[in-house]
Design a protein around this ligand. Structure first.
Ligand SMILES: [Zn+2]
Length: 253
């Protein structure tokens, strides 16, 4: 049987064996949201993206003699208040998200799994701030795509701040789960340029107030699997860099 890249696929003895010998185990925790992503992309877009980044990194590292990366079951719910006007938005509180992340990491740490990295693709400010704090508290890594040094390496649309269900995110879903994108609808959507961080800083607290009356911004009609694949390559490279840094700076188990 080929070695799985998913932690929850392992038996307990195989999980134990990760700690006993061989390459340093690194556990990747995908975090997303259940949130409306326009009339064309799935509610689970952010979880799909986070999981895809983790899976690609785990596969890329499967030939590495020093590191064995495994993907944890995702935390599929997030802090999702901006999209509350649209059916399908499921929000949890900051304290619930924090507790989930901190307790999952603490549980693994107590067993000897010392290298953990959170990968998030839901960029609502309350979500990102909560995960930053939780990662610090749990002493685990965090691939924070909203940090300037990371964002600079992503697509022009992402950098423009139109980062919800537009060309950037839709391309990532097309590269991962194309069957979930309603392509006919997507191709007819007009572009809506919006700098979300600026709109949020100006005090708008929901999509409708930002003019996102169909729960998207940017230019989803221009999305492509090829762009999504290239972006996934960039995100995977960034994650692998962070994984290597964590393993180098924290002594292995
Ligand atoms: Zn999203």
């Amino acid at each position: 049987m080929p070695a799985s890249i998913h932690f929850a696929d392992l038996t307990s003895p195989r999980a134990r064996a990760l700690l006993d010998s061989g390459p340093a185990p690194v556990l990747l925790l995908p975090v997303g949201a259940v949130e409306p992503h326009g009339p064309h992309a799935p509610l689970g877009t952010d979880s799909i993206i986070s999981t895809a980044i983790c899976e690609r990194a785990a596969i890329a590292l499967s030939a590495d003699s020093a590191i064995r990366a495994l993907v944890l079951p995702e935390i599929a719910f997030g802090v999702t208040r901006y999209s509350a006007a649209f059916t399908g938005a499921i929000t949890i509180s900051e304290s619930t998200l924090r507790a989930m992340v901190v307790e999952v990491c603490a549980s693994l740490r107590a067993q000897g799994f010392r290298h953990l990295v959170i990968v998030n693709s839901h960029f609502e400010p309350a979500q990102v701030a909560t995960l930053r704090k939780a990662a610090e508290e749990a002493r685990v890594g965090f691939l924070d795509v909203t940090r300037r040094v990371v964002a600079e390496q992503l697509t022009p649309e992402f950098q423009s701040g139109a980062a919800h269900a537009g060309r950037y995110e839709t391309s990532l879903v097309l590269a991962t789960r194309p069957e979930l994108v309603e392509a006919e609808i997507m191709r007819r959507l007009p572009a809506y340029q919006l700098n979300m961080p600026e709109a949020m800083a100006a005090g708008h607290t929901d999509f409708l107030a930002m003019g996102m009356d169909r729960a998207y911004c940017g230019d989803p009609a221009e999305a492509s699997a090829a762009e999504g694949d290239a972006t996934l390559g960039t995100l995977t490279r960034l994650l692998i860099g962070l994984i290597r840094e964590r393993v180098a700076t924290e002594p292995g188990s």
